[in-house]
Design a protein around this ligand. Structure first.
Ligand code: ADP
Length: 218
């Protein structure tokens, strides 16, 4: 009997479910993509700049010939995660599913750029543990709460403040739900003092240093 993790429950996996290995190995994939597997995990408060940096990074990678794809929190909640809300339990399940998807992208040598508030250290650690250690880059997209609240690109802080004042808190990260900053991220960018291009460049530099990008100018 084998137990697999589904949400917070352990579910028995049928013994008839077997793993099929493919015929394409990592060396053959690397010849096509010119990069090794990578998951770039952007975490930070709403409005800190995750989506902006994720899209700019994706563009830079694609333009230099490296397959990359953004897994965006809001976008995935339209489909795969449309049944999940924002309770601590649902946020955990959200991150579990996303990290499994990111692992598939990494296996295909497509650089998975994950843009999720992902406020809990434990969830991010679990995401990291699903990926090859060398392939996982945690990027702390850092900006002070008051700056994020001034930007408020989706007007969510305003809504959260209104709900809190009305006595119906919505559990919004930074307002009435916690954000646990990374303790040892591979990359730390500060979007109140660095430009988008500078933030993207420091992520690219780490991908180069790790020899994840094998050629090209990205
Ligand atoms: P998030 O995805 O973290 O919720 P968004 O990327 O949607 O945040 O919004 C961040 C806002 O901050 C955008 O309007 C963006 O133009 C602005 N911004 C200003 N400076 C930066 C920067 N250095 N990096 C990223 N975003 C920035």
């Amino acid at each position: 009997m084998c137990l697999v993790e589904i949400g917070l429950a352990m579910v028995e996996k049928s013994p008839d479910v077997v793993w099929h290995s493919g015929s394409v190995g990592p060396d053959e994939r690397r010849k096509v993509t010119k990069n090794s597997p990578a998951v770039v995990w952007l975490t930070g408060l709403s409005g800190c700049g995750k989506s902006t940096i994720a899209m700019a990074l994706e563009l830079a990678l694609i333009r230099s010939g490296h397959p990359a794809f953004v897994l965006d929190g809001d976008n995935l909640r339209h489909g795969l995660n449309s049944d999940l809300g924002f309770s601590a339990q649902d946020r955990t399940e959200n991150i579990r599913r996303v990290s499994e998807v990111a692992r598939l992208f990494a296996d295909a040598h497509i650089i998975a750029i994950c843009s999720f508030i992902s406020p809990y250290r434990l969830d991010r650690r679990n995401a990291r543990n699903r990926i090859e250690p060398h392939a996982f880059l945690e990027v702390f997209v850092d900006a002070p709460l008051n700056i994020c609240e001034q930007r408020d690109p989706k007007q969510l802080y305003r809504k959260a403040r209104e709900k809190l004042a009305a006595g119906t808190p919505m559990g919004f990260t930074g307002i009435d739900a916690p954000y646990e900053p990374p303790e040892n991220p591979e990359v730390h960018v500060k979007t109140d003092v660095q430009t988008v291009d500078q933030c993207v460049e420091s992520i690219l530099q780490t991908l180069r240093t790790r020899r994840i990008l094998l050629q090209g100018d990205a």
